[in-house]
Design a protein around this ligand. Structure first.
Ligand SMILES: [Zn+2]
Length: 258
């Protein structure tokens, strides 16, 4: 099965508290999602396992966690382990062990990113730790040399920390263009996460611009089900594409005071 045919679901924070960004999933709902996937016969794989040509389960799914929040360790990891699942964690390496100062903090609420010890424990438990760049800036706004640093340094920092090769990257805000894809390939990445998009890409490597569905706070189980089984050219594809525009405006919100 080609990687582009494997459903990829994306989470951010797994938190009891909601926030305006709508990307925070309640832990109880998260466990229901996992239980549902399990009951439907899905099994998780990681990009590392795919690249190593490990035998694929009959119904593979990839669960990704953007931004590497501490709640992945506290809330998601125990649930996933309970059902023998794993996931892929994308961390902006300049924020390891720090708060999310790159993001808009509505009401001044900050969230902590995973620290080195937690990242090592996740890696030891079979989770894939991968790059979300260094500084969580949109890759399409950076100079070529700054962009290269995002790719190269984040990869190096994670590899130094966990002692494993990093093969996957998630483009902050899902923003990418053909030069981003080219540089990803040149700097040794095999898989790139792009969220939803409808534009044509020139790259011959579609695995460097993989589409994913985000799971939002309000998504019901029926919606989660649709997101695994339907393609992106549907109501939910269009709706989620629209939601992502909100995320892309983060640099703009940061200039406002809340
Ligand atoms: Zn992000």
């Amino acid at each position: 099965m080609h990687i582009t045919r494997i459903p990829i679901l994306n989470y951010h924070k797994i938190e009891v508290h909601s926030d305006i960004g709508i990307t925070s999933r309640h832990p109880a709902r998260f466990e229901k999602d996992i239980l549902f996937l399990r009951e439907q016969g899905y099994q998780t794989i990681t990009f590392e396992q795919y690249a190593a040509q490990a035998p694929l389960p009959e119904k593979p799914v990839i669960l990704t966690f953007d931004d590497g929040y501490q709640s992945v360790f506290i809330e998601a990891m125990p649930v996933l382990q309970k059902y023998n699942f794993s996931g892929v964690v994308f961390i902006p390496t300049a924020f390891i062990g720090k708060t999310n100062d790159w993001d808009v903090q509505f009401g001044g609420k900050k969230y902590r990113h995973l620290n080195q010890v937690e990242l090592k424990e996740l890696a030891a438990a079979g989770f894939e730790i991968a790059s979300h760049g260094r500084t969580h800036q949109s890759f399409t706004t950076l100079t070529p040399s700054a962009l290269k640093q995002e790719f190269v340094q984040s990869k190096q920092e994670i590899e130094n920390l966990i002692g494993k090769q990093v093969q996957s990257i998630c483009y902050p805000f899902g923003s990418f263009n053909d030069s981003v894809l080219k540089l990803a390939e040149q700097t040794g990445y095999h898989f790139g996460m792009a969220s939803l998009y409808f534009k044509k890409i020139q790259s011959q490597r579609p695995e460097l611009a993989l589409r994913r569905f985000n799971i939002y706070r309000q998504d019901s189980q029926a919606v989660v089900k649709r997101k695994i089984t339907t393609n992106f050219y549907t109501f939910y594809g269009l709706r989620d594409w629209f939601f992502q525009l909100g995320g892309k405006l983060t640099p703009f919100y940061q200039n406002l005071r809340f």
